[in-house]
Design a protein around this ligand. Structure first.
Ligand SMILES: NC(=O)c1ccc[n+]([C@@H]2O[C@H](COP(=O)([O-])OP(=O)(O)OC[C@H]3O[C@@H](n4cnc5c(N)ncnc54)[C@H](OP(=O)(O)O)[C@@H]3O)[C@@H](O)[C@H]2O)c1
Length: 270
């Protein structure tokens, strides 16, 4: 009896997985990115590494902005082996939870890169059960997912004209006024990503630079790993990111994609 129940449960789970894969969107753009430069933060794993691989396949020079250089170099080697000499992939150090690291990375990019066309603010954590603060006295999940990317985007855009209204030392955002909770910290950081991107899109209106936010779906990566049977894999989960980064359809378009509630991608015009 229990074997029949088990077989039925497994069959249903596999059925759900196939249905999910068949109905999930695909980016069909064949756009070439030859001559374009892209940065993917957190390109050393999960969605970031598959996004980077796709951009390299299209001919882009892709900078993997990562905190773990050894891991990032292995991903770079994997991309080079898979994609040959189509695009180019390089590794640079960036810890998004450390504001000094963000400044150093941005300075290096501004000094060494002639232009930047795509910035994929992807690095993220769900965080730990206990509250942790960074050396900048910011709550770790907020710092990793939002503050670091907020600062990075502004530094790369040239922050002299940009809004300065978000208080990054806010006691509330850093759980100084309420008990820390990892899911709330993750949620707050993602809401900040969306608000930031919406405001950025508005500020950039008419400049030819677009900013969009997205939710990739529920994807089987190191971040979310509850049940591999019913989730998309990292490669499938990158389709929305790639669509926003490369499709002519969303060039100079400002919108939040259908049913989306989190994530963040800044696409510089091409
Ligand atoms: N997977 C999902 O279902 C899902 C759903 C909604 C949103 N998202 C969002 O998608 C993004 C990517 O998630 P994922 O699922 O691919 O997670 P993942 O497999 O855990 O990969 C996260 C990446 O972020 C990097 N990272 C973490 N902290 C960093 C820091 N301080 N500085 C620089 N890099 C850092 C990690 O680097 P290391 O290799 O050094 O750890 C890794 O490369 C996140 O923003 C996440 O919130 C994912």
């Amino acid at each position: 009896m229990w074997i029949e129940v088990l077989v039925t449960v497994v069959a249903v789970l596999f059925g759900l997985r196939i249905l999910y894969r068949k109905t999930s969107g695909r980016c069909h753009s064949q756009r070439s990115l030859t001559g374009k430069t892209a940065i993917v933060t957190g390109g050393s794993a999960g969605l970031g590494k598959f996004t980077a691989k796709d951009l390299v396949r299209r001919g882009a020079r892709v900078i993997l902005a990562c905190r773990n250089l050894e891991k990032a170099c292995k991903v770079a080697a994997w991309i080079r082996e898979a994609e040959g000499s189509v695009g180019e992939v390089v590794v640079r150090e960036l810890d998004t939870s450390d504001l000094a690291s963000v400044r150093q990375f941005a300075n290096e990019i501004l000094l060494t890169e002639k232009s930047l066309h795509i910035l994929v603010n992807n690095a993220g954590i769900i965080g730990f059960k206990d509250k942790r603060m960074t050396k900048d006295d910011l709550e770790l999940t907020m710092a990793t997912n939002h503050y670091g990317h907020f600062l990075l985007t502004n530094l790369l855009l040239g922050n002299h004209w940009f809004i300065k209204s978000l208080d990054v030392t806010s006691a509330a955002l850093n759980f100084k006024t309420e008990p820390y909770n990892r899911i709330r910290a993750y949620g707050k950081s993602k809401v900040c990503n969306i608000l930031f991107t919406l405001e950025l899109a508005s500020k950039l209106s008419g400049t030819g630079v677009t900013a969009n936010s997205l939710h990739p779906g529920v994807i089987h990566t190191d971040l979310i790993n509850p049940h591999p049977l019913i989730l998309l894999t990292g490669r499938g989960g990158t389709q929305t990111t790639i669509h926003l980064a490369v499709s002519e359809e969303v060039k100079r378009v400002r919108k939040i994609l259908r049913g989306l509630q989190g994530g963040k991608d800044i696409g510089f015009s091409m």
